[in-house]
Design a protein around this ligand. Structure first.
Ligand code: ATP
Length: 233
């Protein structure tokens, strides 16, 4: 479904992506992990067309997507930090997004309900707490029923119940044969939702493996221990 070939990106002297190649299939939840600064968010931003790579190719459903924009309607994105127009009300944001995406007939408003977003309808986005913004951002990511979901540290800032709601939603969407990419540093959480781990290091792929295979290879029953063992090799 997504193929990344030899992606490179440099910021000044800093080589952030260093010939990254990887493939993702439908019906998978893949957790992108790696040390701070290893290039996870940059990879996601390249997928979304928010960062232009210096070289390399990205294919989605066999189509080359670099400098194309329509493909982005297939992707629901929940950023690490949301930047919403401060003075806009929550209701207006949802109305605006629905207006832009009139092409989508059936909306998925489940998270709007579960997160009680109607209660915030008349609040200005600038007045929302960090967790409330995350909820709005999650509800928007799922709203237009995209085939691909990209969630950048989705539960950071969410309270425990809201995190559980999001994890359950991720597992539900996976069953609809979607591809879900999640960056997270929380191993217990990754273990709950992901099938595969893509581990990055210095802008490249350190390993890509199923969680089951990682545990078997290292002889560890806990994912955090299995990953620590592999990273120390
Ligand atoms: N716009 C930019 N200009 C300059 N350097 C940047 C820019 N964006 C990212 N970088 C640098 O690129 C490197 C990779 O950043 P990136 O955000 O992709 O890392 P990450 O793996 O997502 O890290 P984290 O786990 O901390 O979120 C970092 O050294 C970062 O400082």
């Amino acid at each position: 479904m997504i193929t990344i070939k030899n992606l490179t990106k440099r910021y000044g002297k800093l080589q952030v992506l260093n010939g990254l190649s990887v493939e993702f299939e439908r019906g998978q939840v893949v957790s992108i992990i790696g040390p701070n600064g290893s290039g996870k968010t940059t990879t996601i931003k390249c997928l979304l067309g928010m960062v232009l790579p210096d070289s390399g190719e990205i294919y989605i459903d066999d189509e080359l997507v670099l400098k194309q924009w329509e493909y982005r309607s297939k992707i629901g994105y929940m950023p690490q930090i949301s930047h919403f127009p401060e003075n806009m009300k929550v209701r207006q944001l949802f109305e605006m997004m629905k207006d832009i995406r009139k092409d989508v007939q059936e909306l998925d408003e489940e998270l709007i309900g579960l997160y009680n977003i109607q209660k915030m309808w008349d609040k200005r986005l600038g007045a929302l707490s960090g967790g409330m913004k995350q909820k709005v951002s999650a509800a928007l990511a799922f709203l237009f029923q995209p085939d691909i979901l990209i969630l950048d540290e989705p539960t950071a800032g969410l309270d425990p119940l809201s995190s559980e709601i999001l994890k359950a939603k991720i597992l539900k969407e996976k069953k609809k044969d979607k591809l879900i990419l999640i960056t997270s540093h929380i191993m217990s959480e990754i273990e709950e939702v992901a099938d595969d781990i893509m581990c990055m290091e210095e802008g490249n792929l350190r390993f890509y493996s199923s969680i089951a295979a990682l545990k078997e290879e290292t002889g560890e029953s806990r994912l955090s221990k299995a990953i620590a063992k592999l990273m120390m090799r």
